[in-house]
Design a protein around this ligand. Structure first.
Ligand code: 5GP
Ligand code: ZN
Length: 141
């Protein structure tokens, strides 16, 4: 546990959270400042700052919980869709440095956009650049 981490404090029960699901590895609770009714956060109980830091077994637990939570949230608030996203690192807008997946219910005409809407422009990559990027990622996985 990181004593200064607000989500670790929620896991420890030191500050209240509206918990919707809990098991040995994972906690899911309502976001305190929801983007839509039912906005839920899913976190590993262990303190890790980024997805990259989460051990494989805990990552499996995290995804398996998301798999259960997404339809439950949609059903609970009668939403036809959800945006499921991680702000993975400060440069991506992550404010709380404890891994958390956002499950945000979406409705027709809710004024939100797709994740493509985050970006103002696209890099316009050549085939050669795409070949290099493809190889660079492939050799690291
Ligand atoms: P981030 O920008 O780091 O991806 O999102 C952090 C999220 O955590 C925000 O949506 C914010 O509303 C939520 N949040 C911050 N502090 C608390 C808290 O103390 N309790 C709960 N339930 N949510 C919080
Ligand atoms: Zn933490």
């Amino acid at each position: 546990m990181d004593e200064d981490c607000i989500f670790c404090q929620i896991v420890a029960g030191e500050i209240p959270g509206r918990t919707v699901y809990e098991d040995d590895d994972v906690l899911a609770f309502l976001d305190a400042n929801p983007l839509a009714e039912g906005h839920t956060l899913v976190i590993p109980k262990e303190h890790h700052e980024r997805l990259n830091d989460v051990p494989a077994d805990k990552a499996e637990s995290l995804y398996s919980t998301l798999h259960e939570i997404v339809p439950a949230v949609e059903d609970a608030v009668d939403a036809p869709a959800t945006t499921v996203a991680f702000n993975n690192g400060e440069a991506a807008g992550q404010e709380v440095p404890h891994v958390h997946g956002h499950v945000v219910p979406r409705f027709e005409g809710d004024g939100g956009g797709p994740i493509h809407g985050i970006f103002g422009s696209r890099p316009g990559l050549s085939d050669e650049e795409l070949d290099e990027i493809e190889a660079a990622i492939d050799e690291r996985v």
